[in-house]
Design a protein around this ligand. Structure first.
Ligand code: XBP
Ligand code: MG
Length: 253
């Protein structure tokens, strides 16, 4: 029986990766680093979960010794996170299409909502402060700064299961990236992938289904938005690998 839906944040609940990218670049400029991540570079760097880890990976990639940087990587990440939260505060972030409606449907159906995200708790709080999401709608929230290993390690999801007091089979995860899907799968939680512009070429073979849009699916035999009933049905079908499911005609793409 499905009892809880565990949501990823960046790229799934909110269309945030572009804002994260520009916030990194603002921090690099402030630090006088002369680094600039364009979309293709950032798309590749998204394989590394966690902003601090991503900066560290990039510095190593371009052969930069951390000691030689004008500011430390933790400081740089603090500067980036401040830029990101200010941008969210200016109203530059949106829920992904269909998310608001689906969250309301899930709550009306009596299912719990939870979050498992690599980003920081402070960034999640900003989503509540700006009323993009409502804090007391969430049974538990596990941010990246509460675990030692971020996605694709299962730690975030295992902590969410422990806090919810549920078995993996009583949950369904929703993720936008390959590392996120792998993290949920490692925790034995059935997971639905909903790619975005940055992750559409990721490998989702571990996902129960790949849904391009939570707001609108369309096929020969119909159209509509992803409903809580669809999620319950996909959960019930359990894990079947690498299929693009059309929610109406069940056609496998
Ligand atoms: C995705 C991430 C995050 C963000 C950047 O998080 O990997 O690191 O890209 O945020 P999610 P921070 O698991 O929600 O998809 O700089 O705060 O890490
Ligand atoms: Mg994500």
């Amino acid at each position: 029986m499905l009892k809880a839906i565990i949501w990823d944040v960046d790229g799934t609940l909110v269309d945030s990766e572009e804002l994260h990218r520009t916030s990194f670049n603002r921090a690099f400029a402030k630090a006088g680093l002369g680094w600039c991540w364009d979309r293709s570079v950032y798309g590749r760097l998204l394989d590394v979960a966690g902003g601090r880890e991503r900066i560290r990976h990039y510095a190593a990639m371009i052969g930069k010794d951390e000691e030689t940087l004008p500011v430390s990587i933790p400081e740089l990440h603090v500067m980036k996170s401040e830029c990101y939260r200010q941008a969210v505060g200016r109203g530059e972030l949106r829920l992904r299409p269909g998310v608001g409606r689906l969250l309301a449907e899930i709550r009306r159906a009596g299912l719990w909502l939870a979050m498992a995200t690599s980003t920081s708790g402070t960034n999640v709080l900003q989503l509540f402060r700006t009323h993009l999401l409502t804090a007391d709608h969430w049974r538990t929230i596990v941010p990246g700064d509460l675990v030692r290993k971020k996605k694709p390690a299962p730690d975030l999801y295992l902590k969410a299961l422990k806090r919810l007091g549920l078995k993996p089979s009583e949950c369904l995860a929703v993720e936008d990236s390959e590392s996120g899907v792998a993290a949920a799968w490692e925790a034995r939680i059935p997971v639905v992938a909903t790619p975005n512009l940055y992750t559409r070429d990721h490998d989702f073979h571990l996902a129960v289904a790949v849904i391009d849009s939570l707001e609108h699916w369309e096929c020969a035999s119909g159209a509509g938005g992803v409903s809580v009933e669809d999620l319950v049905r996909l959960h019930a079908e359990g894990v079947q690998s690498s299929r693009r499911v059309c929610l109406s005609c069940r056609m496998v793409g």
